[in-house]
Design a protein around this ligand. Structure first.
Ligand code: FES
Length: 328
């Protein structure tokens, strides 16, 4: 029985210009080298942007809108560094690497040992034929591109530091700082709060619109008004309250969620994340859940105009427990 489909064979091999014309070969070589050089320049742009362009410079870019210039250049630099290495490698393979056609017949998956050996030999021979040794321009620019492209990710490791150290223990609360509503930034008079009231507050600052995220994450305080006889506090903690008003950090001592639920009938504060429950009458003692310590209490009083103020900064770190904090 004859073969139903005639083997069309291979089309005639068309040689590339670079294989036949030394000038075209040189041109191709320069083109490849230029692409690798562009990759190196892109990495330099990335490094320059990272260190020398300010983080808060914005400009209007057509089609993109208002853009942060540092972010834009970092993105372009990193993208260019990888893109041009890729384009250079493709151009090199298409125009300069050996252009021989090979027919591979189907065979079982694992090649015979001789074939495998032959393959290794071929790779070595072809690598030599690729002529990296003979093309110092490509060798140098590829070396520069590959050498530099790894620097980008390494430089970004710098963003993991510096360590916050004592910063985690500081908040914006100082002796005499007024408590203001959040939102609204309005000072609060003790007389405004009725028994059972809960108010979220922040420390008063000159420019509330410039509060840093860092501060917003650590400063919130909950004010709660009870009847003074409901408290079950020692003398010191009682002196930190004002006419039944008590203040606690709103940042959960378990993992830092906002403690947001107050149950008026039981005087319990609840964290919605893992249900830690704090007893307001006993200085936010943990009565349920995974939190390991009470919510830090802020000592409060009023100023000469009757506005609530902090008597002193927090005496312990607010927020979640972590391995370096003391256990106060
Ligand atoms: S973060 Fe509050 S209970 Fe886990």
């Amino acid at each position: 029985m004859g073969n139903p489909v005639e083997n069309p064979g291979l089309p005639e091999h068309v040689h590339r210009r670079a294989d036949e014309d030394p000038k075209a070969e040189k041109r191709a070589e320069r083109q490849v080298a230029s692409l690798f050089a562009l990759s190196a320049l892109s990495t330099i742009l990335f490094i320059y942007s990272y260190f020398f362009i300010k983080k808060d410079v914005f400009a209007f870019i057509p089609l993109l809108g208002n853009m942060n210039i540092q972010q834009l250049l970092l993105g372009l630099g990193l993208a260019g560094a990888f893109l041009f290495i890729g384009l250079g490698a493709v151009a090199w393979a298409r125009q300069l690497m050996p252009d021989t056609e090979v027919v591979a017949q189907r065979h079982e998956f694992r090649s015979a040992d001789e074939d495998r050996k032959e393959f290794v030999e071929t790779v070595k021979t072809q690598a030599a034929a690729a002529g990296i040794g003979r093309r110092p321009l490509i060798k140098r620019t590829l070396g520069a591109a590959l050498g530099l492209v790894g620097l980008g990710p390494i430089i970004m490791l710098r963003d993991l530091g510096p360590l916050p150290e004592k910063e985690l223990e500081k908040t914006s609360w100082k002796a005499g700082t007024r408590l203001v509503t959040d939102p609204g930034d309005r000072p609060i008079k003790a007389s405004e709060l009725e028994v059972g009231a809960v108010v979220q507050t922040l420390p008063e600052v000159d420019h509330p619109e410039h509060r840093s995220l860092n501060d917003i994450a650590k400063d919130p305080v909950l004010l709660i008004r009870l009847r003074p006889e409901d408290f079950n506090l020692d003398a010191e903690r009682l002196s930190w309250t004002y006419e039944g008003i008590i203040a606690f950090s709103k940042i959960c001592s378990h993992m830092g969620c906002a403690v947001a639920l107050y149950e008026q009938s039981t005087h319990h504060l609840l964290c919605p994340c893992h249900q830690s429950t704090f007893d307001v009458t006993r200085a936010a003692k943990v009565i349920f859940g995974p939190a390991a310590r009470p919510l830090p209490q802020l000592a409060i009083t009023v100023d000469s105009e009757g506005y609530l103020i902090a008597k002193q900064p927090f005496t312990e770190s607010v927020g979640p427990s972590y391995w370096e904090r003391d256990s106060k």
